[in-house]
Design a protein around this ligand. Structure first.
Ligand code: NAP
Length: 258
């Protein structure tokens, strides 16, 4: 790894890393020499990801901490556990996200609020609480948010999710300005369709088949998103601030987007 693209020696918190892009990102960061905090609402799954990292020859270490990003106190406890274990937070990777497909008229108030709560309010809690800790440490840090092409072009069957992700894009710009004087760079990645467990379950296919299925040819791989996250966490992106990097393969993918 060229030094400027390195995350070696960093401590990265990866929300939603029990599976999908988050799990792949956590494993990749550990392989590149970062210590990682694996976190989601599912203790067994995050323990398994952390154990896989610690039982491998990856140089980085992992701990697993249960956390629902909607719960501000739980997020604070997650960050406290991170600092207790590793001393600091270099990269706050706000990957946790969720959606379900529904016609606009079929979305209940509760369904709308749940999706906005996880994708937007979760990002707010994690960014603000991590940002405040980064301001108290030498060298600042990076915050990497997760939007979606559903948030940049809209989505007929995921208007709640698209609205929340659009807000994450805007929050990224605002936060980057708010934190610029504190040596904290804030950026965002907006994937197109990526073959993950979450997408497999929404499309009704077995997650084990996601890499082999015909439809997977239209999808990105989680590792292709993890590479962008690593770039944004590294010094190689030092002049990239407040940006949302879209990765959707060869556009247009409108037909693939629910
Ligand atoms: N895959 C795609 O095509 C695609 C496209 C555009 C954007 N994205 C975005 O990329 C990110 C990762 O997507 P993915 O496909 O890898 O997702 P995924 O396979 O569905 O996994 C989602 C992760 O988020 C966690 N999570 C959900 N709600 C949470 C909550 N309230 N608190 C903490 N963790 C929570 C889940 O763990 P638990 O259920 O255990 O909590 C899981 O680890 C998301 O932000 C997603 O919106 C994905």
């Amino acid at each position: 790894m060229v030094a400027r693209f390195s995350v070696e020696g960093q401590t990265a918190v990866v929300t939603g890393s029990s599976q999908g892009i988050g799990a792949v990102t956590a494993k990749q960061f550990a392989a590149e020499g970062a210590n990682v905090v694996v976190t989601s609402r599912s203790p067994e799954e995050i323990d398994a990801v952390a154990a896989e990292i610690n039982d491998s020859d990856r140089p980085g270490e992992a701990i697993a901490v249960e956390c629902d990003v909607r719960d501000r106190e739980a997020v604070d406890a997650l960050l406290e556990a991170t600092v207790e274990e590793f001393g600091r937070i270099d990269a706050m990777i706000n990957n946790a996200g969720a959606s379900f497909m529904a016609e606009f008229d079929e979305i209940s108030e509760n369904g709308w609020k749940t999706i906005v709560d996880i994708n937007l309010h979760g990002t707010f809690h994690c960014s603000q609480l991590a940002g405040q800790r980064m301001q108290r440490q030498d060298g600042g840090g990076t915050i990497i948010n997760f939007a979606s092409i559903a948030g940049t072009m809209g989505s007929k069957y995921m208007s709640h999710y698209g609205a929340a992700k659009a807000a994450v894009v805007n929050l990224t710009t605002s936060l980057s300005a708010a934190y610029a004087d504190h040596d904290i760079r804030v950026n965002c990645v907006a994937p197109g369709l990526v073959g993950t467990e979450g997408v497999a379950s929404q499309m009704g296919i077995d997650p084990a088949d996601v890499d082999r299925s015909e439809v997977a040819k239209e999808m990105g791989l989680p590792a292709e998103i993890a590479d962008i996250v690593q770039f944004l966490a590294s010094d190689a992106s030092s002049y990239v601030v407040g940006e949302t990097i879209t990765a959707q393969g060869v556009p247009p993918l409108e037909d693939a987007l629910p």
